[in-house]
Design a protein around this ligand. Sequence first.
Ligand SMILES: [Fe+2]
Length: 248
Amino acid sequence: MSFFKKLFGSNKLSTPVDLSVLHCDVHSHFIPAIDDGSKSVENSVEMIRHFYNQGYKKIITTPHIMGDFYRNTPENILGGLEKVKHQLKAEGMPIEMEAAAEYYIDYDFEQKIGAEKLLTFGNNYVLVEISYVNEPDNLDRILFKLQTSGYKVVLAHPERYPFWFNNKDVFQALCDKGIFLQLNINSLTGYYGPQTKKIAEMLIDKQLIRFLGSDCHHVGHIELLKQVVYVPHLKKLVESGYLLNTTL
Ligand SMILES: [Fe+2]
């Protein structure tokens, strides 16, 4: 059985979900050669073309900023953004593009809060991710520190953290604290595993998702994005009226 057939079974929509209604994608890695995403300007343009063809009007790209591993700064991120925008213009692709970052919550990050201006999008949203290995001890404190510094916190792909697979209460508790949850579209394909898919569906059923993002790193993700538009839960989320992508 093919991967896609196994993925969808008989539960496939007959018409694809129209993602152009989202207007904007909020999570991707399209600044060339500064993290584990795009390898070159050409590679970025190739991936962005897919979003343009799907009807997106805007891309907010979010390269990793992570302690010792991806020591990116607003300067190199915004410099890379200009190169990509220049090429989009040269190729006649009228899609708006901005850059923020996907901040990894670690000691380095905590030191930055209040000490320097973080890269944000929209109405002062800051995108953060946490370790896949264990929940950081200081998570609550850092989220609160961000909020009291005036940021609105968006947690990237809450469905992907294994230590929360059996924690039924954590997601509602985060929402109650004013944290915005961002789902990865491809989590609905089973690409990140069956448990992530299950949590993603549960978060949609409970109406806890506020942003939808591609987290696109490479063209392999694009192939999945072409298929995920047939997934019923994606339709349910896009039609829920809870997504804030449209406000960006
Ligand atoms: Fe990401």
